[in-house]
Design a protein around this ligand. Structure first.
Ligand code: SF4
Length: 187
């Protein structure tokens, strides 16, 4: 049910329809022109899941990484992993995007940007990130309340509802589901 997305739309889509975990990775990649392994996996498989084609994925990662390390080093050291995620290298497994449960359960180290912001951000950073998405007032209080009680996916669902001004009865359990539900409302 996922549509193909094209590179020229990716910033607009990130801004309107990515869940916070992916928005954070996307922005970090744009700012730092680099992501560590865990972030590359989490964001890379998500992008594959939303329909970014392999050629576009290579162009996307190359455009960022080459600003820091040059395109030759990208092609040598990182392109393989992008193709690998698409099942084009190694055992040719077609890797599936991570679920919320999996993302929430990781333990990111310093300098990592993967994981679930509801679980892994400080309260201050989470509030700032939510405010940037347009969450405010009661909605902010409700989301932070769920976070305090460790109901991270419920907090994400409430964020979805606040940002889209629509209910999400199914609840969020997968970043790609968040994206698909968002597109359904916005397209
Ligand atoms: Fe991402 Fe799921 Fe966390 Fe939402 S609850 S930010 S979709 S991992």
């Amino acid at each position: 049910e996922f549509t193909n997305i094209s590179l020229k739309d990716i910033d607009q889509l990130a801004n309107s329809s990515f869940p916070l975990c992916m928005r954070h990775l996307f922005n970090k990649l744009r700012d730092d022109h680099h992501l560590k392994h865990g972030g590359r996996m989490q964001l890379g498989l998500f992008l594959k899941g939303v329909g970014l084609k392999l050629e576009d994925a290579l162009a996307f990662w190359r455009a960022e990484f080459s600003q820091k390390i040059g395109s030759e080093r990208f092609d040598k050291e990182y392109a393989y992993a992008v193709r690998h995620n698409y099942g084009k290298e190694g055992k040719r497994t077609d890797y599936t995007p991570y679920s919320c449960q999996k993302i929430i359960s990781v333990n990111p180290s310093v300098g990592d940007h993967h994981g679930c912001p509801y679980r892994h951000f400080s309260e201050e950073n989470l509030r700032a990130a939510l405010a940037k998405m347009g969450v405010a007032g009661h909605a902010m209080d409700d989301v932070m309340d769920k976070v305090k009680n460790r109901h991270y996916q419920v907090a994400c669902t409430m964020t979805f509802e606040a940002v889209h001004a629509a209910s999400c009865d199914a609840g969020i359990n997968h970043p790609n589901q968040y994206f698909a539900q968002s597109r359904k409302l916005l397209e």
